[in-house]
Structures are given as structure tokens and as C-alpha cells.
Ligand binder design. Sequence first.
Ligand SMILES: *Cc1c(COP(=O)(O)O)cnc(C)c1O
Length: 382
Amino acid sequence: MVEKQNIPSFDLKRNYARVKDEIKEAVDKVLDSQYFILGPEVEALEREIAGYLGVDKTVACASGTDALVLAMMSLDLEEGDEVITTPFTFFATASCITRSGAKPVFADVDPVTYNISPEEILSHITPRTKAVLPVHLFGQMARLEEITPRLAANNIMLVEDCAQAIGAHRMIGGKIAKAGSVGDVGCFSFFPTKNLGCYGDGGMVTIPRDAERAARIKSLRVHGEGKTYFHEEVGINSRLDALQAAILRVRLRHLEEWTEERRMAAERYMLLFGEKGLLDMVTPPAEEAGNRHVYHQYVVRAKKRDDLQKFLAERGITTRVYYPLPLHLQRCFSEFGYKKGDLPVSEMLADEVLALPMYPELRAEEQERVVKEIATFYRGHN
Ligand SMILES: *Cc1c(COP(=O)(O)O)cnc(C)c1O
């Protein structure tokens, strides 16, 4: 019977079942209060996440995309300014740059971690570089300490896209540094499938060490208001709902446990690939020394990726491709003049990566079946 069951790429229902009572109680409390936009629940969440991440200030907002937009607005970018980022990421990482009026400069990624390469960042810095926007992709932090001295020396801002990396950390200078605490600004998403998701859209900006910038971002999220109805500048409307904040506060209490379950599932995949002799065909994700990977996604590189994905789908196993077309080749960015071959590692990864089912509630038997089917596929394709 177990053989017949589908294995989805994620399963929010299993997660909800674990926290249903706590969530309902928290939601009820907000409904009784009839306080829906920002307010005490949101402020409590902002404090709790600041504490969890070890940052000075946080500002909750309406989505991860808006967190990036607010971060960019706070940098006062002008036409001709350049922001260095990765082409191997979700679209919002680059669209926030073009919306700010600046130009995205794409730097290629590391084939092992899939993260933007520090060497590539450094080699793309010009006098027009105003900011660097690395992504901690799939839940593992990029090697920020290799770029921070040069950025500081040149007054270049560092904005971390932490949408996939809440709770990830990296040993920097002998200390544990969490994602979102290293740069000038960090951007988080609470999209339902992220490691800390709400039940709708939500996001947060972290401002680790700059109270003035934090106050500005707080104002930008409410139309640039200073005193109510008095506007210092033109901002946007990007507030977090109290209901979402209440849900997030419940889920934050479980985040560490769920992260450890993801890490255990990742270890189990790794062992199973080894046992089945698949390591020539499938390259599992690598956790760099000093890193805590939070496995938002478990992304392997696979030979004959498209055929494998189809084979697994026919057997009820859903996998995903993050990301099939690097951003430098997206039609909407054609004005920047990139062509195929410009960023070869990102382009190669786009053809090889496959995200296997990964969530805290994924069962050992399900992982065994995923790996067994992968082994069956490659036996037929040698
Ligand atoms: C999810 C995500 C975003 C955007 O977050 P939303 O909440 O969906 O707007 C930005 N960057 C990365 C890397 C993401 O994964």
C-alpha cells in the first residue's frame, strides 16, 4: 500500500496538524481583539525575531518581495548605480533592483553550494557599485566574510536575501552569525512554504546595526509617514496583518525543532544515496564547513535531470526545478545585454538541479522510496 502513495514536494497539511490547536487559539485572540493591521502582535513578532536572529531592529512587511523593495528604497539608488547579485535565484531578488532604478550586475555562482561566488562578486565591483545582494540559496549562507572588508572599504551596502534561510548560520571570525545579521539589511519571506511560513503573504526586514535606517524603513512601509498623515517621502503600503503575526509567533516556537527535522532528512538522503551507489549520478547538496544549512530545499544535481523528473512523476513523486532559467536570460532583463554562455555555472545548474521532497514531516519510508525509484531509473539508463 505504501508503495502506491504519492509523495508531494511539500505537505503543509501535515505541518498544520501538529500546531492546529495552538494556531486556532492565537487566531481567536486576534479576532476577539479586532486589531488587524500591525499592532501588538506584529510588534511582539518583530521583537521575537530580532531576538532569535541577534539583530537590533526588524520591520515586518507584506511579503519577502516587499522586504527587498523596502531595503532597496532605503539605499537611495539612482539610475546608473549598480547592484551585484546572483542570476540563480527567485525572480524577486533582481526585480527589486530594476524597480529601484538601478542596474543588476549578475555574478556567477559556486557549483558546489549554488551560492553567489565571493570571487565573482569582487571581480564585478566598479566605481558605480552601490550594493551587493547575495542570496542564501536553499537554506545555506553564502561566504559573506570574504567580501565584507572590501565592501566596507568602498562604502558598498550589503543586503542579504534570507527568504530561504531563516535560522541558517555561519561561523564568521570564530562567532556564529545568523543569516540576516551580517549585512546592512536582511530580507525574509513568510510565504507559506518557506521554513517559517504564515498562512498568506508576509515578510520582514532586519536592520542589524542602524537604528536610523530601521526608522526609515518603518516609515517607508506606511507610505513614508512620519506623524500620521504627514509624509516625509513617498513610501509604499506594505504592512503585516496581526493574524499572520499571531500565526508566525506560534510557528516560530517550533522552528528550531522543524529545522532539525529537515537536517535529519537531509542526512538520511545522503546516506541512502551512498547505500544505493548513486553518488556518480546524483550530487547531493554540500554543507560547507562552519555552516548550518536549514534545507529550505534539498537540491541535487542529477544526470538526465528531465527524464528523471518525468520518471519520478509517473511514480507519484513530485520534484521541482529551482530554477530552470537564470535571471540574466529572462526576457524582461534583455535590455541589460546578457547572452547564453555569460554565466556558465548558473546555466549548467539550471539544466541539472532537481529539488527532492523536503519538509519536516517527510517520513523515512518516503525518502527510502524516493531514492529507490531514483536507483531504478539509473539502472535502466546506464
Ligand atoms: C520566496 C523568495 C522571495 C520572495 O518572497 P515572497 O514572500 O514570495 O514575496 C525572494 N527571494 C527569494 C530567494 C525567495 O525564495
